[in-house]
Design a binder for this molecule. Structure first.
Ligand code: ZN
Length: 392
C-alpha cells in the first residue's frame, strides 16, 4: 500500500488523497458501503461499480461464522468469492462481537463469545483475527480492538484503551510474521514502491470513548507502532455530534499526515462533511443500505420517507438533482407503491439511489477540494440538505 496526500485544504484541515491497494487505487475522501455478509445487500458488484463505488467493507465476524474463512480462502479469497475486484477492507469483528454476540467475555488473552446464529462458542484473539482477515485476503486488515458502548465510565474506557494497545501490538507481530513468510525477499526487493502498493496492510483503531485525554493517549501509543494507517473507533454510538467532532479533531491532530485516516461508522452526510473538515479520509456506514431497505432515502433536499402518503400521487423523481437509475426512470409514487406492496424492487432501487447519493457526495467533496472551494461548497450543500430534513 501507499498513500499520496495530494492536497491539504487551506481553509480547513480537509485532505485530498489517493490510496494504492492490491486490488486498485481509491480516491480519498472515500465512502465505503458495507457488505456485511460479503454482499452489499440487494446490490450486484456490477451495479456498485457502475455507480462508482471504489472500495467496500466486509465483516470478519460474520464471514468467520458463515461461510467460514477457510471456505473463502479455498475459493481464492474474498474478491473472487464475492465477485468484487476492487479493494476490500475487513473490520476486526470486535464491534460485532460486542454488539451482536450473547455471552461475550473479554480477557487479556482475547474475547470469548457465542455465535448469534447458533449459540456455538468461539474465542477471538488478536492473532486469530489477523489470520482470518489474511485468509479472506482483504486489502486493509483491522486490528482487534475493545469498543465500549456509549456512555461508558472513564475507568472502563481507559481499560479499553490499554487492552486495545496490547492487542494492536500482538496484531502487528502476527501480521509481520505472516507478511515475512509470504514475501521472504521483502527487504531486498529492488522496487519497494511496487511491493508496497501490492501488499495488503494493517490499520490500528484509536479508542478512548468521549474522553479527550484517553483519545490522546490511545492515538499517541498507536502511532508509535508505525502502522500504515489508523482508524478512529468507538464514535457515532449515540453521543452528541459536537462530542463526536471534538473527539475526531483530538485524534486527527495526533494522526500522521502521511497516512490514511478512517472514521468508523460515520454515515450521516453532515457527520462525513464535519469529519472531512477535520482531516478524515475514509468512511463506512450501513446507513445508506439499511435505510434504503426500510424506505428512507437520502436526497439533496434532505431525507425522504417513501412510504409517506404524501408521495402517493407524486410523479416527480425521488431526488430531482440525482442522475441514478432509480431517479431517472421512476417516480416517488411508483417507489412508494413498491414499498407498500412489499416488492423487492423497492428496497433495491432505494439502496441503489442511497449509495449513489453517498458516492456523489464524496466526489463533490473531492472536486471542491481540487478547486479550493470545500468550505463554500459544504455550507451550500448543508443548507439545501437541511431544508426538508424534518420529514424524517
Ligand atoms: Zn437517485
Amino acid at each position: 500500500m501507499s498513500f499520496d496526500l495530494l492536497k491539504t485544504d487551506s481553509a480547513t484541515r480537509a485532505r485530498l488523497g489517493r490510496l494504492h491497494l492490491p486490488n486498485g487505487t481509491v480516491q480519498t475522501p472515500v465512502f465505503m458501503p458495507v457488505g456485511t455478509q460479503g454482499t452489499v445487500k440487494t446490490m450486484t458488484p456490477h451495479e456498485l461499480r457502475d455507480i462508482g463505488v471504489e472500495m467496500m467493507v466486509c465483516n470478519t465476524y460474520h464471514l468467520y461464522l458463515r461461510p467460514g474463512h477457510e471456505t473463502v480462502r479455498q475459493a481464492g479469497g474474498l474478491s473472487r468469492f464475492i465477485g468484487w475486484h476492487r479493494p476490500i477492507l475487513t473490520d476486526s469483528g470486535g464491534y460485532q462481537v460486542y454488539s451482536l454476540a450473547p455471552l461475550r467475555a473479554i480477557s487479556e488473552e482475547g474475547v470469548r463469545f457465542q455465535s448469534h446464529i447458533d449459540g456455538s462458542r468461539h474465542f477471538f484473539t488478536p492473532e486469530l483475527v489477523v489470520q482470518i482477515q489474511q485468509a479472506l485476503d482483504s486489502d486493509v486488515v483491522m486490528c482487534l480492538d475493545v469498543c465500549p458502548p456509549y456512555p461508558v465510565s472513564q475507568e472502563d474506557a481507559a481499560k479499553a484503551v490499554d487492552l486495545t494497545q496490547v492487542w494492536a501490538e500482538r496484531c502487528k507481530a502476527a501480521w509481520t510474521g505472516i507478511q515475512e513468510s509470504r514475501n521472504p525477499g521483502i527487504e531486498g526487493h529492488s522496487n519497494p514502491r511496487i511491493l508496497e502498493s501490492s501488499s495488503p496492510v494493517l490499520f490500528a483503531i484509536i479508542q478512548g470513548a468521549t474522553y479527550p485525554e484517553l483519545r490522546q493517549r490511545s492515538a499517541e501509543q498507536l502511532v508509535a507502532l508505525d502502522l500504515p494507517g489508523y482508524a478512529i473507533g468507538g464514535l457515532c454510538l449515540g453521543e452528541p455530534s459536537a462530542t463526536t467532532y471534538e473527539m475526531v479533531e483530538t485524534c486527527t491532530e495526533l494522526m500522521p499526515a502521511n497516512k490514511p485516516r478512517y472514521l468508523m461508522g460515520a454515515g450521516y452526510p453532515e457527520d462525513i462533511i464535519a469529519a472531512v473538515n477535520r482531516g478524515v479520509d475514509m468512511f463506512d456506514c450501513v446507513l445508506p443500505t439499511r435505510n434504503g431497505r426500510t424506505g428512507t432515502a437520502f436526497t439533496s433536499l434532505g431525507r425522504v420517507t417513501i412510504r409517506n402518503a404524501r408521495h402517493s400521487q407524486d410523479n416527480t423523481p425521488l431526488d430531482p438533482n440525482c442522475t441514478c437509475y432509480a431517479c431517472r426512470d421512476f417516480t416517488r409514487a411508483y417507489l412508494r407503491h413498491l414499498f407498500i406492496a412489499s416488492e423487492v424492487l423497492g428496497p433495491h432501487l432505494l439502496t441503489l439511489h442511497n449509495i449513489h447519493f453517498f458516492i456523489t457526495l464524496m466526489s463533490s467533496i473531492r472536486r471542491s477540494l481540487e478547486q479550493g472551494s470545500f468550505r463554500e461548497w459544504s455550507q451550500q450543500f448543508l443548507s439545501s440538505y437541511q431544508q426538508t430534513k424534518e420529514e424524517s
